[in-house]
Ligand binder design. Structure first.
Ligand code: NI
Length: 206
């Protein structure tokens, strides 16, 4: 049996040879021009907020960024203990759904928690359940929620309360995402109902 050091060196060298062969193989096999698409090629939809994160719906089902493709969506980040912005926004969503009626039959919404420690799927299910069956709650591990918030450009920050406990400061805009997952704008917190409805009509008409 060979000296262990020599054996290690031999294994490393064979590893390098294997890597070189694979690299050359990939280079030879790649079709020329694969990295420079023709300018007349149709634009590929750019899914907003795509990323390597996994979530859990309020029904306990696993989800990833593909959940935001297929139908026009409103996406909002918040937490169930929120004293003002979140209840107000969810109340407005309920109003928008009822005002638009059949016009926005395809429209749906996601409420993504920025407080995954307290917002379990069960807690989220109760919270969004009273608003509309068209809102899906999403939670996950703190690491996955951080990754998702970063991908969506969403700010969230824990703020301890004098009375104990904490709040979470968070981005208060509603993201408008089309059926291809592309970003189409936002509805600001406190936006006039008519303006919000106009934006949603534009979104569902595509
Ligand atoms: Ni809130």
């Amino acid at each position: 049996m060979a000296n262990p050091t020599l054996r290690t060196i031999r294994l490393v060298l064979w590893g390098l040879v294997a890597i070189a062969i694979v690299t050359v193989g990939i280079y030879v096999l790649l079709p020329r021009g694969a990295t420079s698409p023709s300018p007349i090629a149709p634009a590929v939809a750019q899914q907003y907020g795509a990323g390597d994160y996994t979530l859990v719906t309020d029904e306990g089902e696993p989800a990833d960024d593909s959940i935001f493709v297929g139908q026009p969506s409103m996406v909002f980040f918040g937490f169930t203990h929120c004293p003002d912005v979140c209840p107000t926004t969810l109340g407005e969503m309920a109003l928008w759904f009822s005002e638009l009626g059949e016009e926005a039959a395809d429209l749906r919404a996601f409420f993504v928690t920025v407080d995954p420690e307290r917002d379990t799927p069960e807690v989220l299910n109760q919270y969004v359940g009273w608003v509309s069956d068209r809102i899906t709650g999403l939670t996950g591990t703190p690491e996955n929620i951080d990754a998702m918030a970063a991908a969506w450009g969403v700010h969230h920050e824990v703020v301890p309360l004098d009375t104990g406990g904490y709040n979470v400061d968070h981005t208060a805009s509603v993201f408008l995402i089309d059926a291809q997952g592309e970003f189409q704008g936002t509805i600001a917190y406190g936006e006039a109902t008519q303006t919000a409805l106009d934006k949603l009509r534009m979104l569902v008409r595509g």
